[in-house]
Design a protein around this ligand. Structure first.
Ligand SMILES: NC(=O)c1ccc[n+]([C@@H]2O[C@H](COP(=O)([O-])OP(=O)(O)OC[C@H]3O[C@@H](n4cnc5c(N)ncnc54)[C@H](OP(=O)(O)O)[C@@H]3O)[C@@H](O)[C@H]2O)c1
Length: 249
């Protein structure tokens, strides 16, 4: 299948993370130039850029106003894009501790999770759109989570952000569709990144696996390939959709 990505530029935020690295590799393998968004891990972004050859690091911090504008300007100057924008980065913040009720979480803890993960995606999307409209072609994808739809105890703030991305895409599709721009959401289930392997006890991963119809948890590559299709020329008319990558969960 021709994904039509050769000569196109993809901006991937959070490209130093477990899923982000695989997204970058998937687009690079199809001949796209990849702008690798990183916040702290500049070394990781440079390493990945050397591996992929037609890729370069670009600093992008969700929690710094002005960062998205700088990142998009760098991408535009270097290669005219982006033609594809994958909003994958997430600043995790603190998880609600066991025994703490929802209403007891101070805004000093949850405020940043909501403010620094939803509004920056809206802002960055505004910035990438003018170029896509000029070229009459663009693909945008937001990485959400299947918890946005199924819910998960203790993940109220995360869920609010991730479900917000879906609502955003459903409305945005009307404004951008006539200009050849498709906007979709990918919602991974628990995905076996290094962070998940290292941070989640084996018995919890096993419990989750046993509740998954396919009998396995998603790999970062599973998520990346879904994004690749949605953000390619092979996707002719799918927009405003959310695809869950969770083995049937
Ligand atoms: N892994 C899962 O099981 C799972 C399940 C459902 C959904 N997801 C979603 O998939 C996406 C990727 O998750 P992941 O597991 O790959 O995460 P990860 O390995 O923790 O990587 C997070 C990425 O986000 C970047 N980042 C963190 N804070 C940032 C900030 N304030 N501004 C800009 N970038 C920032 C990090 O950059 P630096 O390292 O350079 O700072 C890193 O590249 C997230 O949106 C997550 O919600 C993941």
């Amino acid at each position: 299948m021709d994904f039509g990505l050769a000569g196109r530029t993809t901006l991937v935020t959070g490209a130093t993370g477990g899923i982000g690295q695989e997204i970058a590799r998937a687009f690079a393998a199809e001949g796209a130039t990849v702008a690798l968004g990183y916040r702290n891990d500049r070394d990781g972004a440079e390493r990945l850029a050397r591996e992929l050859k037609d890729a370069f690091p670009v600093r992008y911090a969700l929690d710094e106003t002005g960062s998205a504008a700088e990142a998009v300007a760098v991408v535009r100057e270097r290669c005219g894009g982006p033609d594809v924008f994958v909003a994958n980065a997430f600043g995790w913040g603190r998880r609600r501790a066991r025994g703490v009720r929802f209403e007891e979480v101070p805004e000093s803890e949850w405020g940043a999770v909501v403010a620094h993960n939803l509004a920056p995606v809206v802002r960055a999307t505004q910035l990438v759109l003018p170029g896509m409209r000029e070229r009459g072609w663009g693909r945008i994808a937001f990485v959400s989570s299947h918890n946005a739809f199924g819910g998960q105890p203790g993940q109220e703030f995360y869920g609010a952000v991730k479900a917000g991305l879906y609502g955003f895409a459903r409305s945005l599709m009307w404004d951008v569709g006539p200009d050849g721009i498709l906007v979709n959401v990918v919602a991974p289930g628990l995905t076996l990144t290094e962070r998940v392997r290292g941070g989640l006890p084996e018995e919890i991963r096993e419990r989750e696996r046993s509740r998954t119809p396919t009998g396995r948890l998603s790999s970062p590559q599973d998520v990346a390939r879904t994004l690749l299709f949605l953000c390619s020329a092979a996707n002719g008319n799918v927009t405003g959709e959310s695809i869950t990558v969770a083995g049937g969960r």
